[in-house]
Design a protein around this ligand. Structure first.
Ligand code: ADP
Length: 494
């Protein structure tokens, strides 16, 4: 599988442009930036470096698309069919899209094919059905002295800016675009500078599906320039962001200028709790998957592992045993189970956290080092001797590093420890005791709780965070709220 298909080679070799008002264009400045294969450090393409001038053009295009009857007057049924077609085309081009993800992000091709691409298609298919179901309500009101008919309408919020990260490049685009299209918004999507390729291919796919010009505009470029211009733009009605909590706070500040609506899907430091009665084979494999899936580059990674003290050694050695057998390599090699981290910056960040952990007394049962090769590889790592106040327990590492800690009882102390984080995105619980499972699920401050499983995502299930993990929800019916305004209409009768 290390040979790329001819279609992917042709796509890579084409100039990488911005999608603005249905046309592919170079950046106004003419500037480009390199796109790097993280498995080798080689430059594989050059993407257009969009900045404020390109964001201005894209926002103008989105605003006119919003008014264009081709989009504004499209029936909900036709909008739904169009969104469904995008899902079908993602399935049709699944191999090509998975190759782009493997090349650009570094993840294994088969994982990209089974997870990223499949879930992206699901997202469009699932959301298409909502296009015909966005209705308001009739509401009896208590005003005396007349007869009134009051009803609500659900209207698109308007021009939406969307800023996405590099860990699931295509899937994050799908999570953002599908619901915004369903609700009839017009969009400017700013993709991550590390991984622009699959979203550009998705732009072509949406055109092939028949999306009217200007409804989705795609800008590649840097966060501090293109991203910041989009977040601050006075003609943008809503900004939807996925990325770090640090940048999420900048987005909120930038959005304040015109008080645009904001939704945020941010960082996490999720507790994964294994009780002593758990099915250990399942829990150990589950704990390894919770942290090592996508090389730990998941905002919901199970990065704090709390294990009943009676089984602590068995579990940590079990997870380390799995880690040691994970085959690292290029995402394009068929046997690869874990690819490189996405960039040199990310490699340095993860290694910095490892050093900090060791300096504070943590010990690696396995891993703890980077690979001495060209790409950005770090060995999957299990840390023990970790305590609650250490940086490796408090801060998001965003790499394949889990900090394991024993606990004595399933009690308030455990719940307090699990909730002792500025984040609240996800949590895992492994037990055969239904009472303990639900008690923990009720008390954990997290947007998703997985019991005897982890990383279970579905287009129908809402996903998002408590505390500093974000505002609002992605997916499910809940995400539609991000992109709708509710209007109350009252008619005095007679
Ligand atoms: P990570 O730390 O995982 O790279 P970031 O939060 O830095 O995540 O990046 C996520 C997305 O936010 C990327 O598309 C990036 O370009 C964008 N971004 C970064 N800084 C800013 C900013 N100041 N304003 C708007 N977008 C930004």
């Amino acid at each position: 599988m290390s040979d790329l298909s001819q279609k992917t080679i042709d796509f890579i070799n084409k100039p990488k442009q911005l999608l603005i008002n249905g046309k592919w264009e170079f950046a106004v400045s003419g500037k480009t930036f390199p796109v790097v294969n993280p498995a080798t450090g080689d430059v594989i393409a050059h993407a257009a470096e969009g900045d404020k001038a390109d964001i201005d053009k894209a926002v103008t295009a989105a605003r006119s698309a919003l008014e264009n009857p081709q989009w504004a007057a499209m029936t909900p049924s036709d909008r739904g069919k169009l969104i469904w077609r995008i899902g079908d085309l993602i399935e049709k081009y699944a191999d090509e899209l998975a190759e782009l993800e493997a090349l650009d992000n570094g993840k294994p091709f088969l994982v990209a094919r089974a997870a990223d691409v499949a879930l992206s298609a699901d997202m469009f298919h699932y959301m298409s059905g909502w296009a015909t179901k966005l209705h308001g309500m009739t509401i009896p009101i208590s005003k005396s002295g007349g007869s009134y008919l009051s009803y609500t309408r659900q209207e698109p919020v308007g021009v939406v800016g969307q800023i996405i990260p590099w860990n699931f490049p295509l899937l994050m685009a799908a999570w953002k675009l599908a619901p915004a299209l369903t609700t009839g918004c017009a969009i400017v999507l700013k993709v991550a500078e590390e991984t622009p390729l699959s979203a550009l291919r998705l732009g072509e796919i949406m055109q092939e599906a028949g999306l009217p010009d200007g409804v989705v505009n795609i800008v590649t470029g840097f966060g501090e320039t293109a991203g910041a211009a989009l977040a601050a733009h006075p003609q943008v009605d809503k900004i939807a962001f996925t990325g770090s909590t640090e940048v999420g706070k900048l987005i909120v500040q930038a959005a304040a200028g015109n008080l645009k609506k904001v939704s945020l899907e941010l960082g996490g430091k999720s507790p994964n709790i294994i009780l002593k009665d758990a099915d250990l084979d399942v829990a150990i494999a589950g704990a390894a998957n919770a942290i090592f899936f996508n090389h730990g580059q998941c905002c919901n990674a199970g990065s704090r592992l709390y294990v009943a003290h009676e089984i602590f050694d068995k579990v940590t050695e079990g997870v380390a045993g799995i880690a040691k057998n994970i085959k690292l390599g290029s995402g394009l090699e068929a046997e690869t189970e874990m690819g490189p981290l996405v960039s040199n910056t990310q490699l340095n960040r993860v290694c910095g956290y490892l050093e900090s952990g060791f300096a504070q007394g943590a010990k690696a049962v396995c891993g703890g080092v980077k690979r001495d090769v060209d790409g950005y590889f770090v060995e999957p790592t299990v840390l023990i001797n970790t305590t609650q106040e250490m940086k490796v327990v408090q801060e998001e590492i965003f790499g394949p590093v889990v900090a394991a800690m024993p606990f004595k009882e399933v009690d308030e102390t455990l719940i307090r420890q699990a909730n002792d984080s500025v984040y609240g995105l996800a949590a895992g619980v492994w037990t055969r005791d239904i009472n303990k499972a639900h008690t923990l699920a009720n008390h954990l401050k997290a947007g998703s709780v997985w019991i005897n499983c982890y990383h279970v995502f579905d287009a129908a299930l809402p996903f998002g965070g408590y505390k500093q993990s974000g505002w609002g929800r992605e997916m499910g019916a809940a995400v539609l709220e991000n992109y709708l305004e509710t209007k109350a209409v009252t008619v005095k009768i007679g």
